[in-house]
Design a protein around this ligand. Structure first.
Ligand code: T3D
Length: 262
């Protein structure tokens, strides 16, 4: 069992909640290791067909736990590249490559890496009180966890530069407005709304959804011709799934399909 996260599976949905509320769920090494362990469980568990990522308490995640960094003038500089290599980059790749929808339920302040981890997810819901802060610039750092990659793609270069260089607070409503996130709901229903949406997705053709996710995640890496070829390859795979057969059969028989995620 875990100490710094909450993890369980219910009705096809895995819930992973960051659980260091006293420091706004900032990442120390122990929490990183538990998150990594949870993703191993998700990948190995055939029941899991959607994931909800959220946090306990009044914050979603305040990024790196800064109390773990020795910045004494006489100490050697900490190697932040190592921390990124070891923890943040693998986490972002894992989320992007997970073959199922990942819903981020941003339950409060999201700062630093905590503001960018949601951007790697597939759908972002936020509670009314959530705030997004590219806090890096305020301590002399660079947006990581894919921030400088996701931001211009989501909100355009002008807004991306404004967010990254000024580190101003973006409210949940403004985040929807600029296309950073999908939806805002009231704080007290956020968890339930995210679980409901995840359960709906978990009853859909999981492999098909995984291929859709893969196609969209790669779109900005390709020219049109290369991307048409990727779509063809993914469609070939989709056409080999049981759920595709079920979807067409159910349509022809005018009944509700029963997808198994196979
Ligand atoms: O080092 C590497 O591995 C490189 C990778 C870096 C990735 C990064 O994420 S760098 C960016 C790190 N994060 C930040 O710079 C954000 C720091 N936090 C804040 O600016 C503010 O806490 C917030 C804007 C997020 C929230 O403000 P507020 O006023 O709502 O809450 P607060 O009072 O500041 O925080 C509540 C408590 O959480 C407080 O502890 P206390 O005083 O009650 O004992 C505060 O110190 C603690 N806390 C918040 N963020 C962090 C933290 N403790 C350690 N590290 C944090 N990042």
């Amino acid at each position: 069992s875990f100490e710094h996260i909450i993890y369980f599976v219910t009705s096809g949905v895995a819930l992973l909640s960051l659980n260091r509320p006293k420091s706004l769920n900032s990442f120390n090494e122990a929490m990183h290791l538990e998150v990594r362990e949870a993703f191993k469980l998700i990948k190995a568990d055939k029941r899991v067909r959607a994931l909800v990522l959220t946090g306990e308490g009044r914050g979603f995640c305040a990024g790196q736990d800064l109390s773990d960094r020795n910045v004494d003038p006489n100490a050697e500089s900490p190697d932040l590249g190592r921390s990124i290599d070891k923890f943040y980059n693998p986490l972002i790749k894992t989320i992007q490559e997970l073959p199922m929808p990942v819903i981020c339920a941003v339950n409060g302040v999201a700062a630093g890496a905590g503001a960018n981890i949601p951007l790697a997810c597939d759908l972002i819901l936020a509670g009314r009180s959530a705030k997004f802060i590219q806090a890096f610039c305020k301590i002399g750092l660079v947006p990581d966890s894919g921030g400088t990659w996701f931001l211009p793609r989501l909100v355009g270069m002008a807004k991306a530069k404004e967010l990254a260089l000024l580190g101003e607070v973006v409210s949940a409503d403004d985040a929807v407005q600029i296309g950073l996130i999908n939806r805002v709901v009231e704080d007290d229903v956020l968890r339930q709304e995210a679980m409901d949406l995840a359960q709906k997705l978990a009853s859909q053709p999981t492999k098909g959804l995984a291929y859709i996710k893969r196609a969209l995640n790669q779109t900005f890496d390709h020219g049109l011709h290369a991307h048409l070829e990727l779509e063809r390859d993914l469609q070939r795979l989709a056409g080999q799934t049981q759920d595709y057969r079920e979807g067409v059969a159910a349509f022809m028989e005018k009944r509700t399909p029963a997808f198994k995620g196979e």
